[in-house]
Design a protein around this ligand. Structure first.
Ligand code: AKB
Length: 314
């Protein structure tokens, strides 16, 4: 079998840092090229091949793919929900142009696989809020959600028209201690741990009872790699898979933290992100991912809290 050579675009982001480390463990350090528009994240600096690359630069991407003999691309560069609402046209351009360029390069260079993340942001206020099914009403209300849903359809189109093996997951909010989130509506669920340890208090930008689907990064990385490693015949959805682990509110995550830090206090000052969160599902039905390629989550809220606090304390 040909040795896979992987290019990660957007390797400096919340998912990118940990996915790069996990893929290097799988394929070997030299076979996973990390790239980002920014200098290397401290966890990646000096630890393997790293290239400065703007995901909007199709020529530079193509040149790199050819020069390095890349066989798979993970395209993670994107503007997320909260940042996207501040400059919708820019979010659309970045999210869509980078995807379409990568899909074209993948077809032209006959890559074996492409990974592109989608999000629960594809769903909107008309979608059933509880146990949101894999196939349901999809009317996103943010530009990020619109770009993710359009992107899902483009991925399916390239699969149907060109046979390109593109795979995708609708991530819930992701919580990690190694890498920081950037510009999402679910970022509060990471900030809260840092603030709990530093100041024993946190002001949430979402209200007390705002339930959202969430997942610990360990599960997200393992799920992503399991999806990408699954035999092609098991991948029945060529739009993105729903993936679920847990669902909680700011009040509940605060209570989980209080089990370890009894003095921790939470207050609430909802801002523009509240409206984004109110448009998203509260819980997700991921039975298709479980049935098709065997997805299982390992972390619930309390197990995640214990692990986050343990690692952040250092
Ligand atoms: C965001 O909040 O924008 C992201 C997401 C749910 O895709 N974390």
């Amino acid at each position: 079998m040909k040795q896979e050579k992987v290019l990660i675009m957007g390797a400096g982001g919340q998912i990118g840092v940990e996915l790069t480390m996990a893929l290097r463990a799988l394929y070997g350090e030299a076979n996973v090229i990390a790239s980002d528009i920014r200098e290397a994240h401290p966890l990646l600096a000096g630890k393997g091949p790293y290239v400065l690359l703007n995901a909007m630069d199709a020529n530079a991407t193509l040149e790199l793919v050819k020069k390095e003999g890349i066989t798979q691309i993970y395209l993670l560069a994107a503007l997320l929900s909260a940042t996207g609402e501040k400059d919708p046209k820019r979010a659309w351009d970045i999210n869509m142009q980078s995807l379409l360029q990568v899909l074209d390069i993948a077809v032209q260079e006959k890559l074996t696989k492409v990974y592109w993340p989608s999000s629960i942001a594809v769903f909107g206020t008309t979608t059933p809020k509880q146990d949101t099914p894999q196939k349901t009403i999809v009317e996103p209300r943010t530009v990020y959600g619109i770009s993710k849903y359009a992107g899902e359809l483009w991925c399916q189109y390239y699969y149907q028209r060109w046979g390109l093996d593109v795979r995708s997951i609708r991530y819930p909010g992701l919580i990690s201690w190694k890498s920081e989130p950037g510009g999402g509506t679910t970022d509060y669920a990471v900030e809260i741990y840092h603030e709990a340890l530093k100041h024993s208090k946190y002001t949430s930008f979402l209200s007390a009872d705002t339930y959202l689907p969430m997942m610990y990064m360990d599960d997200a990385i393992r799920g992503t790699i399991e999806l990408m490693e699954a035999p092609a015949e098991k991948i029945k959805s060529r739009v993105a898979y729903n993936l679920s682990a847990m669902s909680f509110s700011p009040k509940e995550i605060a209570a989980s933290i209080q089990q370890h830090i009894p003095s921790f206090e939470i207050s609430y000052a909802p801002d523009f992100r509240q409206q984004i969160a109110d448009g998203w599902p509260q819980s997700i039905d991921d039975s298709a991912a479980r049935a098709d390629w065997g997805w299982q989550h390992h972390f619930d809220l309390d197990k995640m809290t214990a692990d986050m606090l343990h690692h952040l304390k250092g």
